[in-house]
Design a protein around this ligand. Structure first.
Ligand code: NAI
Length: 244
């Protein structure tokens, strides 16, 4: 489905990002994986993609840093010659009620989750404009749609992701570029390991279960493929009905 396509996936070393790397490689895409710090985990993912006979390489980059992001993407363009798909998956949480939320907690989350998305889109924008094609997929969250106590910083960043998604979608639609957002509910990953088995949380989900990273990866594959060429500026919830 993605043969001869080059995909850049941020936060590809674990969780949802790792499954997206696998799913895209399984479908023929070459993978440039961006990770924050854990080189062993990133290289493990790269090795696991060898079986799909695609090209893949890991790049250490803090997407909150504009200069670093610019350098990384110019290296990716040197190595892969082009980019067709960008998945903005990297994200962090610093959960606290606003009463004890520090300015640093607020800024750190905005810098990675929201400014990071701007930093990477800025890199692919001219490439996609010139090609008159391209897919941008941003990981938002149901927290960005309906809010969540203890997540003012995170919800603000994820609501911001929806804003940038729709603006970029409008800017680039006539150029054949699609920009969409995925809003997951509770998905079983390292990010949610502390509360994902909490009975009250599971009971609050109409589907009565958490989601799996593979399920999010399937949706990302659809949005990255030509099957979704007429979908842009959309926010798709994948939450078992949580934010209905
Ligand atoms: P995770 O914590 O397992 O993985 C996050 C990834 O982002 C890691 O690979 C990490 O290295 C990378 N990362 C963090 N900061 C970075 C930085 N400054 N520069 C580059 N990479 C960085 O998270 P998970 O659960 O896989 O989530 C992936 C995305 O989905 C995130 O954007 C998250 O906010 C979003 N999401 C997750 C939900 C869940 O239930 N797991 C629910 C809603 C949204």
């Amino acid at each position: 489905m993605l043969k001869k396509k080059v995909a850049v996936i941020t936060g590809g070393s674990r969780g949802i990002g790792k499954e997206i790397c696998k799913k895209f490689a399984e479908n023929g895409a070459d993978i440039a994986l961006i990770y924050a710090g854990n080189v062993e985990k990133a290289e493990e993912v790269v090795s696991s993609l060898l079986q799909y006979k695609v090209k893949s390489k890991a790049y250490r980059c803090n997407i909150a840093d504009f200069e670093e992001t610019t350098k990384t993407f110019s290296q990716i363009l040197k190595d892969f010659l082009t980019i067709d798909i960008l998945v903005n998956n990297a994200g962090i949480t610093r959960d606290r009620l606003v009463l004890s939320l520090t300015e640093k907690d607020f800024n750190d989350v905005i810098d990675v989750n929201l400014k990071g998305v701007y930093h990477t889109i800025k890199q692919v924008y001219p490439v996609f404009m010139k090609k008159r094609s391209g897919k941008i997929i941003n990981l938002s969250s149901v927290s960005g749609l309906i809010g969540n106590p203890g997540q003012a910083n995170y919800s603000a960043s994820k609501a911001g992701v929806i804003g940038i998604t729709k603006s970029v979608a409008k800017e680039l639609a006539s150029r054949g570029v699609c920009c969409n957002a995925i809003a997951p509910g509770f998905i079983k990953t390292d990010m949610t390991e502390n509360f994902i088995n909490n009975k009250t949380i599971i009971e609050s989900i109409p589907a009565k279960r958490a989601g799996f990273p593979e399920e999010v990866a399937e949706l990302a594959l659809f949005l990255a493929s030509e099957k979704s060429n007429y979908i842009t500026g959309e926010v798709i919830r994948i939450d078992g009905g949580l934010a209905m």
